[in-house]
Write a new protein. Structure first.
Length: 370
């Protein structure tokens, strides 16, 4: 059953169209992320689900019930904000107890419930602390405990980890996922961090310009992006705008050529495609799918000769740019298991498998603009 259904939701702010006809369903118990760049409408959609904002048109259902006109406090939703929004004058216990006191829960039961929630986020020992005596990660855990205390049917998280430093953010990502699994609560996480969305979620919705660009598992959206926007937003990418070279099928399919790229003097980069496509196709090639060999090790490899133009070492990998005879390609290679790093100017051979070229459908605009 769908826990949450968003039906044709649009939201305008004056002339700004923050959301346009968004349709999606989140399943019971699912960890779902809304991923997109800043300003694409993520918070607007989350606030519409929470009831803090009304859609200009469309409907929101929770547990099969149309709740579009229901005020926030009747929606059984727990929400966590980027800035934690703890009550500064209340200690940890009273922050978590807040919603339960509003519900007039009896004292003994309330205490049990608060301690249960603090145990869930591993903060039992911090009940007496004031918010200013907590680290960023601890504050965020209090905010999560507070949201879960009232046993909501849905947990909404708006960029909850983006104020934390990189290492703590990674730890909290695992923790968030493990809390969500233990509680089994339907969760929507809003984030602009693609790694966070991919690593935590059962499914991801990619928002761009107020429109839902793609809905799928992390694997779907990374490996088979629906369009150029998704391909470029999720990770790094080489894009090739290829044009049909001959109308007759070649041995393994139709042949396309990529203007601006040459693998040898006067020899264009060409791509063979099984089945029929249009006169032009946009292909994606992920940087980590490209293999790279130093010149002297090339032997009988059929790689393309290239010259490194940029070398960036990021610890677990190398980020490289390599110039072909004509055109430049971005490569990501695992940390080399030999002492010397390659350097700009080094001659190499690069290669990839035919299946690593993923067609993104027909190219819509002549100059590849979006
Ligand atoms: N209250 C508001 N008044 C006017 N414009 C708004 C308001 N809230 C959001 N917007 C606009 O709507 C768009 C989407 O905003 P938002 O949902 O906050 O994006 P995100 O959370 O993805 O960064 C932006 O262009 C933003 O400026
Ligand atoms: Mg936002």
């Amino acid at each position: 059953m769908s826990a949450i259904q968003i039906q044709h939701v649009s939201r305008h702010f004056g002339d700004t169209i923050a959301l346009e006809d968004v349709q999606l369903e989140v399943k019971e118990g699912e960890f779902f992320s809304l991923l997109g760049p800043s300003g694409c409408g993520k918070s607007t959609l989350l606030n519409i689900i929470a009831g803090f904002l009304q859609p200009t048109s469309g409907f929101v259902y929770i547990g099969g019930e149309n709740i579009t006109d229901l005020p926030p406090y009747h929606r059984h939703i727990g929400m966590v904000f980027q800035d934690y929004a703890l009550f500064p004058h209340l200690n940890v216990f009273d922050n978590v107890a807040y919603g339960l006191k509003v519900q007039k829960m009896p004292r003994k039961k309330l205490k049990e419930r608060v301690m249960e929630c603090l145990a869930l986020v591993r903060l039992e020992a911090f009940a007496e602390r004031m918010p200013h005596q907590l680290s960023g990660g601890q504050k965020q855990r209090v905010a999560i405990a507070r949201a879960l205390a009232v046993q909501p049917s849905v947990l909404l998280l708006d960029e909850p980890l983006s104020n934390l430093d990189a290492k703590l953010r990674k730890d909290m990502q695992f923790e968030l996922r493990s809390i969500q699994k233990r509680v089994g609560i339907t969760t929507i996480l809003v984030t602009h961090d693609q790694e966070e969305a991919l690593s935590l979620s059962d499914r991801v919705g990619i928002l761009g310009d107020g429109k839902l660009q793609q809905l799928g598992t992390p694997l779907d959206v990374y490996r088979t992006p629906a369009n150029r926007f998704v391909a470029e937003f999720i990770g790094q990418v080489n894009l090739f705008e290829a044009y049909s070279a001959d109308m007759q099928p070649a041995s393994s399919g139709y042949r396309y050529e990529v203007p601006g790229f040459e693998v040898d003097e006067g020899v264009p980069l060409s791509i063979e495609v099984s089945g029929e496509h249009g006169p032009s196709v946009l292909f994606m090639l992920r940087p980590e799918r490209i293999s790279i060999l130093p010149e002297e090790q090339n032997g009988q490899s059929n790689g393309m000769p290239a010259t490194l133009t940029e070398v960036g070492y990021i610890g677990n990998a190398l980020r490289l740019k390599a110039a072909l005879i004509k055109g430049e390609i971005t490569i990501q290679a695992p940390d080399p298991q030999f002492p010397r790093l390659p350097k700009p100017g080094d001659k190499v051979y690069i290669d990839w498998e035919q299946e690593d070229l993923v067609p993104l459908g027909l190219k819509e605009e002549p100059n590849g603009g979006r």
